[in-house]
Design a protein around this ligand. Structure first.
Ligand code: 13P
Length: 223
């Protein structure tokens, strides 16, 4: 993965398919010239089938279950995600850990399943200790894993982590491809890429405003 990765985590937004389509189309229109950046939109599952004309955008899921199919009411398998056209999946987001009690061992199972069906897992961590042990993974698998450092205090609060502090954490994470997430906006995006040395960004709130998100993509292109 050589390109800068800009991921939009829409979380449980927007409220309607129409709004989802409009947002997607606006981002698509604003990113037709991207070259150095891979832009991934992670909408709620239900919108994925509607976002078929992707242009240069890629799709990802916000979660997924490790079994391929079966009696698991309410779950969506990682295989299903892959089949619908997703290339990435966010795993172990802090909101999943907090509200749905997701554990490190579940994160590991999901990571293995994602890799086996050909999805690139984006594993979210707030502490280095949450990074799964990759010692039993093959080199080619590790190359496809992305870690997203998202400090809890910075998620959805507007209190972004200073690039200096984020860089200190970045250096503790012994992995090639690491993203920063937490109150990213068009003003601070470049600092995390240039000053703190992250390979990309995981954007929540600012990814729901097409103009702002396009500015973030632009700053990554100029990186
Ligand atoms: P905000 O950008 O809204 O702080 O959300 C960050 C996040 O949780 C991305 O996954």
């Amino acid at each position: 993965m050589k390109k800068t990765l800009i991921i939009a985590n829409w979380k449980m937004n927007p409220k309607t398919t129409k709004e989802a389509n409009n947002l997607f189309n606006s981002v698509k229109a604003g990113s037709h010239r991207i070259k150095k950046t891979e832009v991934v939109i992670c909408p709620p599952f239900i919108y994925l089938p509607f976002l078929k004309e992707k242009g240069r955008l890629k799709l990802g899921g916000q979660n997924g279950f490790w079994e391929e199919s079966g009696a698991y009411t309410g779950e969506v398998s990682l295989l299903m995600l892959k089949k619908i056209g997703a290339e990435y999946v966010i795993i172990g987001h802090s909101e999943r850990r907090k509200y749905f009690k997701e554990t490190n061992s579940e994160v590991l199972k999901k990571t293995k399943s994602a890799l086996s069906v050909g999805l690139k897992p984006i594993i979210c961590v707030d502490k280095v200790s949450q990074i799964p042990d990759f010692s039993n993974f093959r080199k080619e698998e590790i190359k496809n894993i992305i870690i997203a450092y998202e400090p809890l205090f910075a998620i959805g609060t507007g209190k972004a982590c200073s690039p200096k502090k984020a860089k200190e954490k970045r250096l503790l994470i012994k992995h090639d491809f690491v993203l920063y997430g937490g109150s990213v906006n068009f003003k601070n995006a470049r600092d995390y890429l240039l000053e703190a040395g992250f390979q990309g960004l995981l954007v929540g709130g600012a990814s729901l405003k097409a103009k702002e998100f396009i500015k973030i993509i632009d700053s990554a292109e100029k990186n």
